[in-house]
Design a protein around this ligand. Structure first.
Ligand code: ADP
Length: 737
């Protein structure tokens, strides 16, 4: 037997099952990473149908072929269902087609069905080859050259219904589409005092329905994992009427495709509509979102996620031994990790079984992540009024600081509703810490925050003021005057600094000796104790959609765009948007810029234009270098590009701080606020006075003592000492077309 090679000969990549936005980004990442390692890649067009059929459906892919697919929805290499692949004969034919191309490693991007099929194929591989040899279809030598099939799976599915990954490729984009539709419906529904019933996708999984309800002002939601209680019809009508009576001008009921009652009988959008129409005595309309949810350009997150997953898939195929078990490459928290593929498929099927046997509590638990918590938070926020409270009426306040971050309004809305529901008085501080010192503090009511979840900007205002000693004294006075028992600081760099100042001075002023909690809200993602901050996802989507347009503007010219993005001293926005837009080069404050690197980059780019490149893209973080400004770099590239290309400067500016918050930012702002309220609640009821920073750490929401703040930030730069995304720095080098 010949020696087993340590790297795969060639890799095949296919997209299977329902199409999902971001699949192209994954294919691109597979092609570029393989090219980086000098491995050939073949695209298997039309999924397993192409694998079984072979011929022209299996084609070599070069980096140039994936140059312009990152921003495209759907899948350019096609997807199809294949009955033949379900048979051994079909899989034998597939094995033959692969070995004849020298392919003995596969990256399969699809749902649990596709991945289960791929795993079976891998297990049968040597048997299939033996049958092919015996039938005289392939030679023994060829079979010996490929003793194992290596397999890595990525989940491409809009449903987000797979174990082994917190997010599937395509789910975030689908949420974007749903939320755009729900936001639009809210405005028309409000104009006519109407009720809408909206059906969203999700036959077995309520993720899209649940999260889109949490991210909008939906009044009711029906999902498969949580069939409503027996008297649900009456309850829903009562709730909607109660909403009307407190001034809600419209109601939206979100129904997942697979919604059913406790006896397993389907609940359709039409049933809900008819019921509401009878009860409310008004026109109730249905909107079935359908395939719109699959379509459109992939979100920034899906592009980044798919890129990262595709990269790791090839890295694993490259590094693992050929007989290593198949891996599912997924996201856990903020980290891309590999887990045994078959275990993930089995766990996913287990959830389906639980649903079938009506073990709904088990199904929700098995969904993991924040599913159960999201259900609980949504239940409270959707109410028409707070529940009668037994707890002591603590007085808690919420304040913003730093630049505006999309999601701030969602946080205040959640603080008001979740606080009131616990029986607290909730105070909104206007205009940041300056407003706190000025006593610009207002008691909030349930309906004061109606509709805020979808609004960009910051209704209660924010600024970058950090109090000095005089300011601290004034703030202490106002905290005492308003009897504030606990404070939530939902903000960015200035907010954290201000919070720490209050914390530091708590020994001087009794009024400051109260529990404080910071939550990360800044587009820059530059605050400590959290790997991710709310607002940055919206900013990334804004950058990505602007860059898509900028690229399109260069149809008839050969051009390099130098795009400047925000971030102060933190390169996060530039790094992620660079990956999500397929930038040729990214300049970051963490690296700085040297004349040497500029010279190398302009030469490398010229080389690529000589080879046929038409549009170049450089993303420069605003704080990358004081001398080598965006203007300077543009002038340099323009001159050095000579006949090959011209260069144009694009400073994206404040659009990055504005816009309607993305689904992720709305949902996270809500969930994080719920945690902050929980924290204050615990502290207040136990007499605690801790100061804390809430953040994502290794995939979980954790609190860090505010006392550690100074040790977690750089001395001379506005960024944390540790930045998780920095670990993936090398991705930018591999992902250049
Ligand atoms: P998804 O991947 O989205 O779950 P499907 O379940 O329809 O979608 O599967 C897509 C394709 O994967 C099928 O058309 C079939 O070719 C293949 N497939 C699914 N399950 C199996 C299986 N158990 N054995 C072999 N092939 C399968």
């Amino acid at each position: 037997m010949p020696e087993v090679q340590s790297a795969p000969s060639s890799i095949g990549v296919l997209t299977s099952g329902g199409d999902a936005a971001g699949m192209n980004a994954a294919v691109r990442a597979v092609v570029l990473t393989a090219a980086h390692h000098g491995i050939d890649v073949y695209a298997v067009h039309e999924a397993y149908h192409g694998l079984v059929t072979g011929g022209d459906l299996i084609r070599r892919m070069e980096p140039i072929d994936v140059e312009a697919i990152l921003h495209q929805g759907g899948t350019v290499i096609g997807t199809a269902r294949s009955k033949q692949f379900r048979t051994r004969e079909g899989r034998r034919s597939a094995a033959r087609n692969l070995v004849e191309h020298g392919i003995d490693a596969l990256v399969v991007i699809g749902g649990d069905g596709s991945l289960a099929g791929a795993n079976l194929f891998r297990q049968e591989w040597s048997g299939l080859l033996a049958e092919l040899v015996e039938a005289g279809d392939i030679s023994q030598d060829l079979a010996d050259e490929h003793p194992f099939l290596r397999l890595a799976g990525l989940v491409g599915s809009i449903d987000n219904d797979m174990a082994g990954t917190d997010m599937t490729v395509g789910a975030d984009t689908a949420l974007h589409r749903i939320i755009e539709a729900l936001d639009a419906l809210h405005s028309t529904a409000a104009s006519h005092q109407r009720t809408f019933v909206v059906e969203v996708m999700g036959r077995n999984c309520g993720y899209l329905a649940l999260m889109s309800s949490l991210a909008t002002a939906a009044s009711w939601v029906l999902i498969p994992e949580r069939p409503p209680d027996e008297g649900w019809r009456e309850q829903m009508c009562r709730d909607i009427k109660a909403g009307r009576s407190i001034g809600r001008r419209h109601s939206v009921v979100v129904v997942a495709e697979g919604a059913h009652d406790r006896d397993g009988n389907r609940i359709t959008a039409e049933q809900v509509r008819a019921l509401l129409q009878d009860e409310l005595g008004e026109d109730v309309r249905i909107t079935v979102l359908g395939h719109v949810q699959r379509g459109g350009a992939p979100s920034a997150f899906d592009r980044y996620l798919a890129t990262h997953l595709g990269f790791l898939a090839v890295e694993r195929l490259h590094a693992d031994t050929p007989d290593a078990p198949a891996q599912l490459i997924g996201l856990r928290g903020n980290r891309v990790v590999a887990s045994p593929l078959m275990e993930c498929v089995e766990r996913t099927q287990e959830v389906a079984k639980r649903m079938k046997s009506r073990d709904y509590a088990g199904a929700i638990q098995a969904r993991g992540g924040y599913f159960a918590e999201s259900c609980r938070v949504l239940d409270t926020i959707q109410q028409a009024a707070p529940r009668p409270a037994e707890a002591k009426r603590f007085r808690i306040a919420v304040v913003h600081a730093g630049g505006p971050a999309p999601g701030m309004n969602a946080a205040v809305r959640a603080a008001v509703r979740l606080g009131l529901d616990r029986g607290y008085t909730v105070l909104a501080v206007k205009n940041g810490f300056r407003g706190l010192g000025d006593g610009d503090i207002h008691e909030m009511d349930w309906m004061d925050v109606s509709g805020w979840v979808s609004d960009g900007g910051a209704e209660i205002g924010t600024n970058r003021y950090v109090p000095d000693s005089v300011g601290i004294a004034r703030i202490a006075e106002q905290i005492a005057a308003h009897r504030i028992d606990g404070l939530i600081i939902a903000g960015g760099w200035a907010g954290y600094r201000a919070a720490h100042e209050l914390y530091r001075h708590r020994h001087e002023y009794d009024a400051l000796d109260i529990p404080l909690v910071c939550m990360p809200m800044t587009i820059n993602n530059d605050v400590p104790a959290s790997e991710l901050s709310i607002g940055s996802d919206t900013a990334l989507n804004s950058i990505v959609s602007d860059v898509d347009k900028i690229r399109q503007s260069a149809v008839a010219t050969r051009r390099v765009f130098i795009v400047e993005v925000m971030g102060h001293d933190c390169g996060y926005l530039a790094f992620v948007s660079g990956l999500a837009t397929g930038a040729d080069r990214v300049y970051l404050p963490e690296d700085g810029i040297t004349l040497n690197s500029l010279t190398t980059d302009v030469r490398a780019l010229a080389e690529r234009f000589r080879a046929g490149k038409r549009v170049g893209l450089i993303v420069r973080s605003e704080g990358s270098d004081r001398v080598y400004t965006t203007r300077f770099i543009t002038a340099l590239f323009d001159k050095e590009g000579a006949e090959l290309f011209d260069a144009r400067e694009e400073v994206l500016g404040y659009v990055q701080e504005g816009g309607d918050p993305s689904p992720f930012d709305r949902v996270q702002a809500t969930i994080m606020t719920a945690r902050c309220i929980g924290f204050l609640s615990e502290q207040l009821s136990s007499g605690g006075r801790a100061g804390a920073m809430l953040g994502f750490q290794s995939g979980e929401l954790r609190f860090t003592d505010l006392a550690h703040y100074p040790t977690l930030i750089e001395d001379n730069a506005q960024r944390p000492v540790e930045q998780q995304w920095w670990d993936h720095r090398h991705l930018a080098d591999v992902m250049r077309d």
